[in-house]
Write a protein that binds this ligand. Structure first.
Ligand code: UDP
Length: 259
C-alpha cells in the first residue's frame, strides 16, 4: 500500500509480513480533519447536534480498535475569517472569531464523545483558560498513548491561516501516520462534482499534482507542509461516517494523496 513509509521512523505505520496475512489496522496514529460544515445543517451552517452524535458513535467504534486519534476541527459552520473584511485589523479580528468558532465545535464534540464514554481532551492554540488546555506536545503524546482523543482547537493560533494547515502541522508534530481530510464529497475530483456532473474522482494524486493542478482540496500551505514531511492525506466523504474506519484500516476510500 502506497501509504507506508518504511524508512521514516517517525511515521508509525505498521504493516509486517505477518499482518499481510490478515490486515487489521493499517494506521496506528491518525489525524482526522473535520471541517465545520460537517457539524452544520445541509448547507453547512450552524450547529446540528445529531451530526456530533453520529460522529461520536463512529469514533466509539474506532476507539475499540486501539487507534490513536487526534482531531483538528474547523469553524466554517460558524464563521470563516476570509469572508469578513479584506486585510488588516478587521481581517485579523475576524480570524480571531474564526478560531474561537473552532473551539465551540471542539467543546461540543468533546462533550458528545464523553457521553459515549470516550475520554477526550480539548487542546487549544489560543488561550481559553479554565475551559481548554494549552497546546503542549508532550501532554498530547501522553494522551494519545492513553488512547484519549485529542481535539485540537484554535487552528494554528494565528490569523491568515486555516485549520487545514493546522491539521498538517499537528499531524507532523504528533507523528501521525496519515491525515484523514473529511469533505462533503467523495474525494478530489477533476472538477467541482456539484456543478459538473461529468467530473471524475481521482483515486490517487501526488502532492505535486495537487499543487500544479491547483485542485483546491486544501490550501497550498497545508499541501506543501504535508509534502515536505511526507505525510499521506486521504480525502473522503464525511457523510459516510464508516469511511473513517475504512480509511484507518487501509481500505481504499476517496482520494489518496502522497508522493
Ligand atoms: N483560523 C485562523 N487561523 C488558523 C485556523 C483558522 O485564523 O490557524 C480562522 C479563520 O478565520 C478560518 C476560521 O478560523 O476561516 C475557521 O477555520 P477554517 O475556515 O479552516 O474552518 P473549516 O473550513 O475547516 O470549517
Amino acid at each position: 500500500m502506497s501509504g507506508l513509509r518504511w524508512e521514516n521512523a517517525n511515521r508509525r505505520s505498521y504493516c509486517s509480513v505477518a499482518s499481510s496475512m490478515k490486515r487489521a489496522r493499517h494506521y496506528k496514529r491518525v489525524l482526522l480533519k473535520l471541517s465545520g460544515e460537517g457539524f452544520g445543517d445541509d448547507d453547512g451552517h450552524g450547529l446540528e447536534m445529531e451530526r456530533f452524535v453520529a460522529l461520536a458513535k463512529e469514533i466509539q467504534k474506532l476507539s475499540r480498535t486501539g487507534v490513536e486519534l487526534a482531531i483538528v476541527v474547523g469553524g466554517g459552520n460558524i464563521l470563516r475569517g476570509a469572508k469578513f473584511g479584506g486585510r488588516g485589523k478587521s481581517r485579523v479580528q475576524a480570524d480571531h472569531v474564526g478560531m474561537i468558532a473552532t473551539a465551540v465545535n471542539a467543546l461540543l464534540l468533546q462533550d458528545t464523545l464523553e457521553r459515549f464514554d470516550i475520554s477526550a481532551r480539548v487542546v487549544s492554540a489560543i488561550e481559553i483558560a479554565n475551559i481548554t488546555e494549552p497546546f503542549v506536545l508532550r501532554n498530547c503524546l501522553q494522551y494519545l498513548q492513553e488512547k484519549k482523543v485529542v481535539i485540537f482547537a484554535g487552528g494554528t493560533g494565528n490569523p491568515y491561516f486555516t485549520t487545514d494547515t493546522a491539521a498538517a502541522l499537528r499531524a507532523v508534530e504528533i507523528g501521525a501516520d496519515v491525515m484523514l481530510k473529511a469533505t462533503q464529497v467523495d474525494g478530489v475530483y477533476t472538477d467541482d462534482p456539484v456543478k459538473n456532473a461529468s467530473a471524475t474522482l481521482y483515486k490517487k494524486l501526488s502532492y505535486m499534482d495537487v499543487l500544479n493542478k491547483r485542485l483546491g482540496v486544501m490550501d497550498l500551505t497545508a499541501i506543501s507542509l504535508s509534502m515536505e514531511n511526507k505525510l499521506p492525506i486521504i480525502v473522503f466523504n464525511i457523510n459516510k461516517y464508516e469511511n473513517i474506519g475504512k480509511a484507518i484500516s487501509g481500505k481504499a476510500v476517496g482520494t489518496y494523496i502522497g508522493e
